[in-house]
Design a protein around this ligand. Structure first.
Ligand code: SF4
Length: 422
């Protein structure tokens, strides 16, 4: 993904102002070695400054005329500072007619206090980053000590049972040392757990992260993706229904995991977030210091912009829409009129000819073969986003290095404390 250089104006509202809001909280207690997201070590003072700037940025979009109809809070770990999160959600609910609120969290944050706070803040969908229930893999991912072992994760999920609609668990498949037996056990556990939705996505990395990950967790083998995905489909259905190529819900109709599959225009606020409005892609600065400074000076946090050609817009929106399994003619007409059929004729014909897509009177639908292909394409898409993140984070290496020093010291301190308690 390449963006244009030069000064950048933030997105302007589409007619009517309707758009989806993504809020990025880039803090985590422990930085997992496989993770390519934009996240830094949590620090109280840094987070307080960040949340203040974040709320100011949200107000600027409100004052510019955006009317956000839904919000997804991702990270990082959005619940790392629950009161700051609650204050941010209060501002959003008071400013926009938001119909749905999704928040990501980690299993160790599922305390009674945080669950109550999220519920009181109007959170419908809670997405818990479990990744695996296997203690061996959790250790390899360096999540066992900080985010909980299998027994603790299940107990924490139980506490959140029936409090959200849905309670989602994020799971990874094709981890380097994940055998078919471990995957089957994870599937059994999901089926028996309190979760009513699961997002089961393949491990995605970037070059830099892959190097780190290989040293700590082993080498990634992409040849297993097809077999593992097949196991996931056959084990989860019919109790779970596919809502996207990798999100499955008990029953039907819950809020889906990837808001981009549903949303047309979306605005990302916070450091390292992306927006897509009116066919233009934007990215905000990845430096947390620059982010807060820019907002304090009244400057936009957006520092990168790229206008997509009409054909690129169609390809991008088709990729995302079909990830959500259907792309209806009505929706296409609203977005592109009759130009889609003309410009995308070759792509749609190719997808139909390989059996990835079927067309009915309402529009296009992904087949089971198409779902697998979409898992591969969406992984490639997110990996290209990871590469962009990596490039952007190179500019702020000094900022991140200090964070990593702090993290390593924190992990070492925690290990010493545990050892001393034995
Ligand atoms: S996987 Fe989740 S908890 Fe781990 S570093 Fe990434 S965002 Fe943070």
């Amino acid at each position: 993904m390449a963006f244009d250089a030069g000064p950048v104006e933030p997105p302007v509202p589409p007619p009517g102002g309707a758009a989806f809001l993504y809020v990025h909280i880039p803090f985590c207690r422990v930085l997992c070695p496989f993770c390519s997201f934009h996240r830094v070590q949590y620090r109280d003072a840094k987070a307080a400054r960040y949340f203040k700037a974040l709320r100011r940025e949200i107000e600027t979009y409100r004052d510019a005329g955006f009317r956000f109809n839904g919000v997804y809070v991702g990270g990082g770990t959005p619940t790392v500072a629950p009161r700051e999160l609650a204050a941010t959600l209060e501002l959003i609910r008071g400013s926009f007619p938001v119909g749905e609120i999704s928040v990501e969290t980690n299993p160790n944050d599922l305390t009674p206090e945080v669950i109550d706070l999220l519920e009181a803040s109007g959170v419908n969908r809670l997405s818990v980053g479990v990744q695996s229930f296997d203690d061996g893999l959790l250790r390899e991912m360096e999540r066992y000590e900080k985010y909980g072992n299998r027994t603790e994760i299940l107990a924490n999920l139980e506490r959140a049972r029936d409090r959200f609609d849905p309670l989602n668990v994020d799971m990874i498949f094709n981890l380097p040392h994940q055998t078919p037996e471990i995957l089957e056990r994870d599937l059994d556990t999901v089926l028996d757990s309190a979760a009513d939705q699961v997002s089961f996505y393949p491990l995605m990395t970037s070059d830099e992260v892959r190097r780190k990950m290989t040293a700590r967790m082993g080498r990634l083998d992409r040849r297993r993706v097809r077999e593992y995905y097949g196991r996931i489909l056959s084990r989860l259905r019919p109790e779970f229904t596919a809502q996207s190529a990798w999100c499955f819900s008990r029953g039907r109709g819950a809020v889906v995991d990837e808001y981009i599959a549903d949303a047309g225009d979306y605005v990302g606020v916070g450091s390292g977030s992306f927006s897509y409005v009116g066919g233009v892609m934007y990215a905000t600065t990845f430096s947390l210091n620059a982010y807060s400074d820019r907002i304090a000076r009244g400057q936009p946090a957006v520092t990168q912009r790229r206008a997509l050609t009409l054909h690129e817009q169609m390809r991008y929106e088709m990729l995302l829409r079909l990830f959500g399994l259907r792309m209806d003619h009505d929706w296409l007409n609203r977005r592109f009129g009759d130009r889609f059929a003309r410009l995308m004729f070759a792509e749609m014909a190719a997808l139909k000819s390989i059996g990835a897509v079927v067309e009915d009177e309402l529009g296009y639908a992904l087949t089971e073969r198409g779902m697998y292909l979409w898992v591969l394409m969406m992984s490639a898409f997110f990996e290209s986003v990871n590469v962009f993140r990596e490039k952007m984070r190179l500019h702020i290496h000094a900022e991140l290095e200090r964070d990593e020093d702090v993290e390593e010291a924190a992990v070492a301190l925690e290990r010493i404390t545990r050892w001393a308690r034995r």
